[in-house]
Structures are given as structure tokens and as C-alpha cells.
Write a protein that binds this ligand. Structure first.
Ligand SMILES: C[S@@+](CC[C@H](N)C(=O)[O-])C[C@H]1O[C@@H](n2cnc3c(N)ncnc32)[C@H](O)[C@@H]1O
Length: 375
């Protein structure tokens, strides 16, 4: 009551520039869900491929895009598609070209769209590998979306993440029992990880040199390991380790042995272990258990090479900080309420607790630096 009456007593000048901007911003924030859902819709409709059209990427109207979509019925609505194209233009996915035709009595405009550099991440340039579109679709499957309205419960009771609260069990267990979710997860990982691995392997990072047995823990379909051994042809032994249900669906890859198991029990031995995008999904206690298992599986001097998102210390408005913070909330909602993006210092401390005295971070990518621990 006291709070209400003091708020009512405050004199707020709604005519001020500051309040005008504040009202605008809060309406934008309240509707931001339109952005990922529009993105999901255009990926589902295969709009990026239709615009890309084997590399032409010339600006096209919404009606022309519809005419290129194999599954669009004659009744498909070009005006509604244009509304999605406009909002995503505002978020940098498309660029818009406005053609105005004037006559003595009237003037008409036509909007045409092509893919920006961001939009092009939604096109697969390699038939064997999906684009980032697979990640967009995986994040917006109904099973995952159902958890979001319960995000507040991760604050009130952090013992259970919203995904498990809504779906009855943790995400990886749930995916493992459902072929489609399992396949979508592997696909999504490939879509993000293959371009990242190209960047990592082209960056001059030298951590895989001289390795004799390389184990990828939580390696999903084995794409990352395949790319590493294709570059380092003198790595004689490569093991892709993941949950039994995941490796059962992984493709056969020459030079790679798939091994199924639970990384919280033990991991296969090697002289280097690669872990990408796994530590983030789990609590500090689980990460220490996993890192100790990796420590046991490595010789003295052996390396645990991780590619994990690392959070900056400041909560600024930069693009990088935002990308890392929004993806951190996805982890809280889907994988563990106390799984998280960590700072470099938090990783250094976890490494010390797990028996890794040496630590370095190599900034090869804005989202996934290499976080390297040595025994
Ligand atoms: C976010 S994905 C990362 C996949 C891959 N490393 C990449 O970056 O493309 C996390 C992976 O950890 C695996 N995982 C989860 N729990 C596991 C467990 N208990 N034992 C082994 N692997 C597990 C998942 O199946 C999944 O493939």
C-alpha cells in the first residue's frame, strides 16, 4: 500500500523527452519476442535460401520470394511476409531497397530485400552441413518454448530449471527419448559449430599440435572432431564421446570412434580432451565433477581445451555483451537454472579446484574463446 501511494504521489512529466523515450523503449522490450519468432518463421519458410538463390542475392519483393518457395500455396500472403522482412531488416538480417515509381497522378513504392552478412548465416554453403537456421529452429521448438513462461521459477527455486519443471525431466534426458528432438539438437550443433571450427582452425591456434589421442567430450555428431583431424592428419586416435542415445545416431566418420557414456561418471583417456559448449550447460558442482573426470583421463601436462562462451565483467549495451547475456538466460531456462555463462576468472577458479594449475584464454571468436586448462 505504502509503495502504491508513494508512486502515485510522484509527479511524472509524461511530456518530457526522457519519458517519451522510456515509453517507446518499454513497448519495444515488451514485444521483442516478435524478433526470434519472425526469424523462426522465415527460416521455416526457407526465405533465406529463396533470396540467396544460388548466390545471386539480388533484392526481391515479398511476392517474388513467395513465388520461389516450393511449399507456398497460391493464397500465401505477401503483405504479411513483408511485415516479417521489415522487422528483421530493422534487426540487421535483411537489407531493404525501396523503389519508388512516380507518375503525374500518383507514386508507388515497392520494397525489395536481400540478405545481409547476418542473413547469410541462415544459408547453408556446404551441402553436408546445415546453416545457423537449424539452431534458430531448435531453440523455438514447442517443447523448449513451453518453459519460457516459467523463467521466474528459476529465481524462486533454482533447484529445477523451467524446462524440467514443464517437461518432467532435464533437457538432455528428454531429447534422448525423442528421435526428432535428438536429431534437431545434433543438427543445430552442427549449424553453429562447423563455421566456428573453421574460424578456430584457421586462426593459428596451436593447441591440437602433437596430440596423439584426442577425445571430444559432449561431441554430439562428431563434426568438430572430424574437422580437427582433417586439419591435423597426424592425430592417430580420435574419440567422440557423448550420451549413448546421441552417438547411436551419429554418422560413421573415418578415423573417429564414437563412444557412448556419461561424462559425470568417467570419460575416455587421451593426451588432450576437447570440450565445446558443454560446461556452460551445467552447475559449478557438475562442472567440477566433469573437469575432475577429464583430469583423471589426462597425463601430467595434458590439456583440456574448451570452447565455452565467456561473460565480460561489464553489463554494457555492446553487441557482444548482449549476445552472451541473452544466451545465458537460455541456459537458465533450458539446461540448468544454475548452468551459466562464466567469466574467465570463474573458469580459472573451477580449473584450480579440478586440478588444473595452468590456464590461458585465446580469443579466437567473439562468442566462443578457447579456454585452455593444463594438468
Ligand atoms: C550444447 S551441446 C554441444 C555439442 C558439441 N560439443 C558442439 O559444440 O557442437 C552439449 C552436448 O553435451 C552432451 N551431453 C550432455 N550430457 C552429457 C553426459 N552426461 N555425458 C556425455 N555427454 C553429455 C549432449 O548430448 C550434447 O551433445
Amino acid at each position: 500500500m505504502a509503495n502504491h501511494s508513494s508512486a502515485a504521489a510522484m509527479v511524472v512529466d509524461e511530456t518530457s523527452e526522457a519519458r517519451n523515450n522510456a515509453r517507446l523503449k518499454i513497448i519495444e522490450l515488451a514485444n521483442l519476442i516478435s524478433v526470434p519468432m519472425s526469424l523462426t518463421a522465415i527460416v521455416r519458410l526457407k526465405v533465406p535460401e529463396a533470396i540467396w538463390s544460388n548466390g545471386s542475392n539480388t533484392p526481391v519483393s515479398a511476392a517474388e520470394i513467395l513465388s520461389r518457395l516450393p511449399d507456398a500455396p497460391a493464397t500465401a500472403d505477401a503483405e504479411n511476409l513483408q511485415r516479417l522482412l521489415r522487422v528483421l531488416t530493422s534487426f540487421g538480417v535483411f537489407s531493404e531497397h525501396l523503389d519508388t515509381t512516380s507518375s503525374s497522378s500518383s507514386s508507388t513504392s515497392e520494397r525489395r530485400y536481400c540478405l545481409t552478412e547476418v542473413g547469410q548465416t541462415l544459408v547453408s554453403f556446404d551441402e553436408s552441413c546445415p546453416s545457423h537456421g537449424a539452431y534458430v529452429l531448435q531453440h523455438h521448438q514447442e517443447t523448449l518454448l513451453k518453459a519460457w513462461p516459467f523463467l521466474h521459477t528459476a529465481i524462486l527455486d533454482a533447484s529445477t530449471e523451467p524446462f524440467a519443471r514443464v517437461n518432467g525431466e532435464p533437457a538432455y534426458q528428454y531429447y534422448g527419448k525423442n528421435d526428432e528432438l535428438n536429431k534437431n539438437m545434433q543438427y543445430a550443433m552442427s549449424g553453429v559449430s562447423v563455421p566456428y571450427m573453421k574460424a578456430l582452425l584457421g586462426s593459428g591456434y596451436d593447441g591440437f599440435e602433437g596430440v596423439k589421442t584426442l577425445v571430444d567430450v559432449g561431441g554430439s555428431s562428431g563434426d568438430c572432431l572430424r574437422m580437427i583431424i582433417n586439419k591435423y592428419k597426424d592425430i592417430p586416435k580420435a574419440i567422440n564421446f557423448d550420451l549413448p542415445e546421441v552417438v547411436a545416431k551419429a554418422p560413421k566418420i573415418p578415423g573417429i570412434t564414437h563412444v557412448g557414456g556419461n561424462m559425470f561418471e568417467s570419460v575416455p583417456s587421451g593426451d588432450a580432451i576437447f570440450v565445446k559448449w558443454v560446461l556452460t550447460c551445467f552447475t559449478d558442482e557438475e562442472v567440477i565433477t566433469l573437469m575432475r573426470n577429464c583430469n583423471k583421463a589426462l597425463p601430467v601436462g595434458g590439456k583440456l581445451i574448451c570452447s565455452e562462451p565467456t561473460l565480460p565483467e561489464n553489463s554494457d549495451e555492446s553487441h557482444r555483451t548482449r549476445a552472451l547475456l541473452v544466451a545465458d538466460i537460455f541456459i537458465m531456462t533450458t539446461y540448468r537454472a544454475k548452468g551459466k555463462h562464466r567469466t574467465e576468472e570463474e573458469y580459472r577458479q573451477l580449473g584450480l579446484l579440478a586440478g588444473f594449475p595452468k590456464f590461458r584464454v585465446i580469443h579466437v571468436d567473439y562468442f566462443f574463446p578457447v579456454v585452455e586448462f593444463q594438468k
